[in-house]
Design a protein around this ligand. Structure first.
Ligand SMILES: Cc1cc2nc3c(=O)[nH]c(=O)nc-3n(C[C@H](O)[C@H](O)[C@H](O)COP(=O)(O)O)c2cc1C
Length: 205
């Protein structure tokens, strides 16, 4: 698909056809896209947990949306139909190690040197490539957060080491009709509203 179409067609899909698994070669392709994301110092401090077996997916939902978690049933019903979940993780330690190497020289491993946590940014870039790759493959996908209160349960359920932080999770599958997110009522902020030219406050002419 043409890149412009992929970008413009991408939206978060929150309901899926449960009877159409994502072909293994497409899963592989999405993960190949993920590891082609840019990363600071080429640190590549990421890790991806792929869940496609029904039992694994059920454990994921049980661990991340315990009863009383406040997640609406309608949201959960659509999302749990996804035949594939990929959980992208970031690993801060990999970046601190990488930037302590001689060509970078931040041997004090002081986190204050980092303008923002690049480890999360890079895992986010990798996630976006998977979201766009899903559209290109005729799939739908949704990036969503794992509540901090569920992180420990999630880690325990899947043996994820402490240094790996799930930055969110991505459901992927063939789209089924879904409800428009209420957040979209906010409207998309246009280029003229968010771009400053030459000096903050001066807009694009
Ligand atoms: C960091 C991040 C966290 C998000 N968390 C959730 C979430 O927890 N649940 C959800 O349904 N959507 C989540 N979304 C999707 C946003 O609601 C969605 O991207 C936004 O409303 C714009 O809609 P669109 O992506 O369909 O264009 C998240 C998106 C991002 C980038």
């Amino acid at each position: 698909m043409d890149f412009d179409r992929v970008v413009r067609r991408r939206r978060m899909v929150r309901n899926y056809d449960p009877d159409r698994p994502v072909p293994a070669e497409v899963v592989r392709r999405l993960l190949e896209y993920a590891v082609h994301a840019p990363s600071a110092g080429f640190s590549q401090g990421w890790g991806f947990l792929v869940l496609s077996e029904p039992g694994d997916r059920a454990r994921f939902w049980a661990a991340t949306t315990p009863p009383g978690s406040g997640v609406p049933d309608s949201w959960l019903a659509g999302m749990t139909r996804a035949p594939l979940i990929i959980v992208p993780h970031s690993n801060r330690e990999v970046y601190l190690d990488r930037y302590a190497a001689p060509d970078k020289g931040w041997t004090d491993r002081d986190e204050a040197r980092w303008p923002v946590p690049y480890w999360h940014i890079d895992a986010g870039f990798a996630s976006l490539l998977m979201l766009l790759g899903a559209v290109d493959a005729g799939l739908g996908a949704c990036f969503f957060g794992i509540p901090p209160a569920s992180t420990a349960t999630y880690r325990q359920a899947f043996g994820v080491p402490e240094e790996y932080v799930p930055i969110g999770a991505i459901t992927i599958g063939y789209p089924a009709p879904d409800r428009r997110s209420p957040s979209l009522r906010r409207g998309r902020r246009g280029v003229d509203e968010v771009v400053h030219r030459g000096r903050w406050g001066d807009t694009l002419v």
